[in-house]
Design a protein around this ligand. Structure first.
Ligand SMILES: N[C@H](CCC[C@H](N)C(=O)O)C(=O)O
Length: 257
């Protein structure tokens, strides 16, 4: 499945458990010797929710949130669902050719990102080459958001890994660059922790919207253009992030994993 070209191998383990670990995730994700994807998504039965979801990046790292994949779950299951993740319970509802997901409230404190020591996060007093003073925000996973005049002029493939692996981020970080065209419209790109440049990053869109709202740059409802397409973000009554966008089922079948 994919969400705006951010692609996944989704393993439906609701009927029978499937073992997954870093090595197996890397092997599946390999685009030359495996099936090929940005993330591996393991769907299991839920205890107090309809289903559970675990997420591995293509580098084998297990993480707690994946926005685009969360929209794929109600499409796969065929109905609205509550989803237990390592970052908490999410609710995803079918909508048009995809879904709307309540991704919860963003967190901005240095130790919630996490960052290795106390510092301001709105913005961080740090710079990497031409990228400086990002907003740090956690939306179930760690993100930096840099607002820039031209997203296509930034060498993200060079700066992304330097920032991702900077020791100031004990759990590494996702890296987003965004240009605000209007209070209700921005364009963005993402270097993903554990996956690199992707066509779209759902949590990146959530983080960028939350950062823009925090800085007073964005309206409570916004259209975000990513390389793979457009997501819509809105702020709920309790400040929660409501993300809407497509989720596409490409192929289903048995595979010797
Ligand atoms: N690379 C992210 C996980 C996948 C996020 C992205 N695929 C999304 O749609 O949110 C991380 O390590 O936190």
């Amino acid at each position: 499945m994919h969400g705006l070209g951010n692609d996944f191998v989704v393993v439906d383990a609701r009927e029978a458990p499937v073992a997954m670990d870093a090595d197996r995730a890397r092997a599946i994700a390999d685009r030359h010797t495996g099936i090929g994807c940005d993330q591996i998504i393991l769907i299991g039965p839920g205890d107090d929710t309809d289903v559970s979801m675990r997420i591995w990046n293509s580098d084998g790292s297990e993480v707690a949130a994946c926005g685009n994949a969360t929209r794929c779950v109600p499409v796969l299951v065929g109905r609205d669902v509550s989803i237990r993740t390592a970052a908490g319970v999410l609710h995803a509802a079918r909508e048009g050719d995809g879904a709307t997901v309540d991704m919860g409230q963003p967190r901005f404190q240095w130790n919630e990102i996490p960052i290795a020591y106390a510092m301001d996060t709105q913005p961080l007093p740090l710079a990497w080459g031409e990228l400086a003073n990002p907003v740090a925000v956690n939306v179930g996973n760690p993100h930096l958001v840099f607002f820039v005049p031209d997203v296509d002029a930034v060498p993200l493939e060079a700066l992304g890994p330097d920032i991702e692996y900077d020791l100031v981020f004990p759990e590494r970080t996702n890296v987003n660059i965004a240009h605000v065209l209007a209070p209700d419209h921005l364009v963005m790109r993402t270097w993903e922790r554990g996956a690199g440049l992707t066509r779209a990053c759902g949590t990146g869109a959530c983080a960028t919207f939350a950062a823009g709202r925090k800085l007073g740059l964005l309206a409570p409802s916004c259209r975000l253009d990513l390389p793979g397409g457009t997501l819509h973000l809105a702020e709920g009554p309790d400040g929660q992030l409501l993300m809407s966008g497509p989720a596409t089922h490409v192929f289903a079948g048995e595979a010797a994993l």
